[in-house]
Write a protein that binds this ligand. Structure first.
Ligand code: ZN
Length: 206
């Protein structure tokens, strides 16, 4: 049986193997700077690694990941990433990508007020925006079976993050200056391995 230390040792060993396989030209290009195709905002889930599921090399995606791909104007970390991507890197596209079987979204749904667990305090605080989306759509969501309910809340949660990015001063300034910027909502279907466009793109025209 492998121990935790063995597993971490494997990461270091695999890095050495990767260096042997990777193109020296790619490493040389990375050293010169980055010009990523997009800002990718996804869930921290270990099963949805963006460069793996999109088959992209290093340098392709500027990434921001958190529990349940939540974007909120009160999150200084996320806001700095959005500003950096738009204002410094000039990315033309931002993708907010949710996924099926998202434990973060499911957790936001089951939390009940008055049952706070101090060991999960920050997690529950983090999921407040997703819980708010649930409460705003409770009637429609509760008419669905439990599996569909999590899926639909996940979709609405992506839409809320897309809207939050569209409302940032950085996005508004880009559109006012004629800088191309599209903000997309996608979902990764874990069982199929496929990405789906949820057709909620903002391009500043509305
Ligand atoms: Zn997730």
């Amino acid at each position: 049986m492998s121990t935790g230390q063995d597993q971490l040792k494997e990461l270091l060993q695999q890095n050495r193997q990767w260096v042997k396989r990777v193109s020296p030209d790619l490493l040389a290009s990375l050293e010169k700077g980055q010009s990523p195709k997009c800002l990718w905002i996804g869930c921290s889930d270990s099963r949805v690694s963006p460069t793996t599921i999109t088959n992209q090399p290093l340098g392709s995606l500027f990434e921001h990941r958190n529990i349940a791909n939540v974007i909120s104007s009160t999150d200084g970390n996320a806001m700095a990433v959005v500003e950096f991507s738009i204002s410094l890197l000039g990315v033309p596209d931002i993708v907010v990508c949710g996924h099926t079987e998202c434990t973060g979204v499911a957790t936001a749904m089951i939390h009940e007020e008055g049952q706070e667990d101090p060991s999960k305090d920050h997690l529950h605080q983090w999921l407040v925006p997703t819980r708010k989306v649930y409460q705003e759509n409770a009637k429609a969501l509760e008419a669905l079976d439990p599996r569909q309910r999590v899926l639909e809340l996940g979709r609405l949660n992506v839409a809320a993050s897309v809207s939050a990015i569209a409302a940032t001063p950085a996005a508004k300034a880009a559109w006012a200056n004629g800088q191309p910027l599209r903000i997309h909502g996608w979902r990764f279907n874990m069982a199929q391995g496929l990405l789906e466009d949820l057709n909620m793109t903002h391009d500043g025209s509305c």
